[in-house]
Unconditional design. Structure first.
Length: 310
């Protein structure tokens, strides 16, 4: 499985494969399992359906590493519009952005300004927190700097941290005094053993420890919000037992999952009264994201193969 994961992650950055895959009907069909469509309207419709079942949502437009200031401006305006759509539809929804969508590779100052515009608009609309996605390891320090800059202006901002990185335990400790909103994910980029745990068991154990740390009394006292973002039911249940044993207030955490994955688990969490939020992705630039989703759970490849021969 580790070899398959590496192959899939390497493929996610291959321009030729991206061009070929996006024009193959069976690939587009398999992608529909993980996203309701390419348009924001598709994402809003899916959010309405999930809200009806008592499930909150996070909307994110796919695409990263933009190459022009005009593109970054268009993405910023897009998210401001999405915030308005969420407010106008009275949805229990949020948005999640990537720094490289907002122009970080072009100019960190432009990225910061664009993020603050979204955060301030979301504050006024009551659509918070705005989540900052974490990208590959070279972006960790600048992303945390970006988060701190936004956090100085508003509590309505959160950040994703990756359990497969050795450094994340220290990053959690450094952020705790802020009373932050933190989404713990396993990590979906191809990283070397110099910076990331190479074995799944070690990633899982670190994930558990990070969540437990964010459920300790001093963290709760600071009004920290933990997002337990995993599809690993055993790991989620293990964290849930700690929540119950410590009688952690339910407004101190949420479970987070991706649209279309482990739907039975999603329904089980919602039925149990746990707060659950589903991340809905949409947009035309789905190939790298799709390959990373397959790499997270190579068993999903079977679904693609079945579509190929259907």
């Amino acid at each position: 499985m580790a070899v398959i994961r590496k192959v899939l992650l390497a493929a996610s950055t291959n321009p030729w494969l991206r061009e070929q895959a996006t024009h193959r009907a069976f690939v587009r069909k398999s992608v529909s399992r993980f996203m309701p469509g390419e348009r924001v309207e598709d994402a809003i419709d899916a959010a309405v359906r999930l809200n009806t079942d008592g499930i909150g949502t996070i909307l994110t437009r796919l695409g990263e590493n933009l190459t022009s200031v005009d593109e970054a401006e268009e993405v910023t305006q897009h998210y401001i519009d999405v915030v308005d759509r969420i407010r106008d539809a009275a949805l229990d929804g949020q948005v999640s952005v990537k720094p490289t969508q907002l122009g970080f590779d072009l100019d960190p100052a432009i990225c910061t300004r664009n993020l603050l515009r979204i955060v301030e608009h979301a504050d006024r609309a009551g659509v918070t927190p705005v989540w900052i996605d974490m990208e590959s390891s070279p972006y960790v320090d600048p992303t945390l700097k970006l988060f701190r800059a936004a956090r100085e202006r508003s509590r309505g901002v959160g950040v994703a941290l990756q359990a497969y990185l050795y450094r994340t335990a220290k990053d959690v400790e450094d952020l705790l005094p802020l009373g932050p909103a933190i989404r713990i994910v396993k990590g979906a980029y191809l990283e070397s053993a110099e910076v990331a745990y190479p074995h799944k068991a070690d990633v899982d154990e670190n994930y558990y420890k990070l969540c437990v740390r964010l459920l300790e009394e001093d963290s709760i006292r600071r009004a920290t919000l933990l997002h337990v973002a995993t599809h690993d039911a055993r790991l989620a249940d293990r964290v849930a037992r700690v929540m119950d044993e410590r009688r952690v207030p339910r407004d101190s955490y949420e479970f987070a999952m991706l649209y279309g994955i482990q739907r039975a688990q999603q329904q089980r969490l919602a039925a149990s009264g746990r707060r659950l939020r589903v991340l809905i992705s949409y947009g035309e630039h789905w190939f790298p994201w799709y390959m990373r989703r397959l790499a997270e759970r190579p068993a999903n490849i079977g679904f693609v193969v079945r579509n190929l021969f259907a």
